[in-house]
Write a protein that binds this ligand. Structure first.
Ligand SMILES: [Fe+2]
Ligand SMILES: [Fe+2]
Length: 214
């Protein structure tokens, strides 16, 4: 019992450390270099830079939330294998977080003031999903990733045409998120009720709209 309590306390401390790292953009991730490195976006007008920065702020906030979802699920998942898979996925999301942050800096933009709020909210959602059982948790993950892919499609269509660097980042993220969804499905994700999917879409709309401005 005490070792179980000890490991829960351990995980809480590790999670706090991760939360701070995520919010400060100091996560190590898997160390993949940003896909933006292979592109140039030198000819952008200041208006386009502002438009891109607002979109990348939204994507950065989304990645903060993605980190927190995985961290929350890893916190309450009962299957050690699943917990490891969640931790591994969080590391890949950390790459996305870092790439968005770097691109945001290049564009002279800022992160969302509400990032700590997104982190806390998503951590709670993730932990609750984890408590609901591993297959439901995987279903929640798969649905989140499907919604993120749809969101990224929309972002790519709104990105200024001359911003090849942000485009390269978003395209790689879209590919990774689709792979995360497939792997959750392969691991036995259940399909969530449509009401839950709608509620998730609503929550992410609130987040993306607020992060665009704040
Ligand atoms: Fe991501
Ligand atoms: Fe993902």
């Amino acid at each position: 019992m005490s070792s179980r309590l000890y490991s829960s306390a351990d995980r809480m401390i590790i999670n706090l450390d991760r939360a701070v790292r995520s919010l400060q953009g100091r996560g190590t991730g898997s160390g993949r270099p940003s896909p933006a490195q292979t592109e140039t976006s030198e000819a952008m007008t200041s208006r386009d830079r502002r438009a891109s920065a607002a979109l990348m702020r939204v994507n950065h906030a989304g990645e903060v939330a993605a980190q927190a979802l995985y961290h929350g699920q890893a916190l309450t998942a009962t299957d050690p294998e699943l917990r490891r898979a969640m931790d591994e996925a969080a590391r890949e999301e950390d790459d996305h977080l870092r790439w968005c942050r770097q691109r945001l800096d290049e564009l002279g933009g800022r992160t969302s003031f509400l990032d700590p709020f997104w982190y806390a909210g998503a951590l709670t959602f993730g932990a609750v999903a984890g408590l609901a059982g591993d297959r439901i948790s995987l279903g929640f993950l798969a649905e989140t990733e499907h919604q993120v892919v749809a969101h990224l499609e929309n972002q790519l269509s709104r990105l200024p045409a001359d911003d090849a660097r942000s485009r390269a980042v978003l395209e790689q993220m879209r590919e990774d998120e689709a792979a995360h969804a497939s792997s959750a499905e392969d691991q036995g994700a259940v399909e969530l009720p449509s009401l839950v999917k709608r509620a998730m879409r609503f929550a992410s709309r609130v987040m993306t709209r607020s992060a665009y401005f704040f």
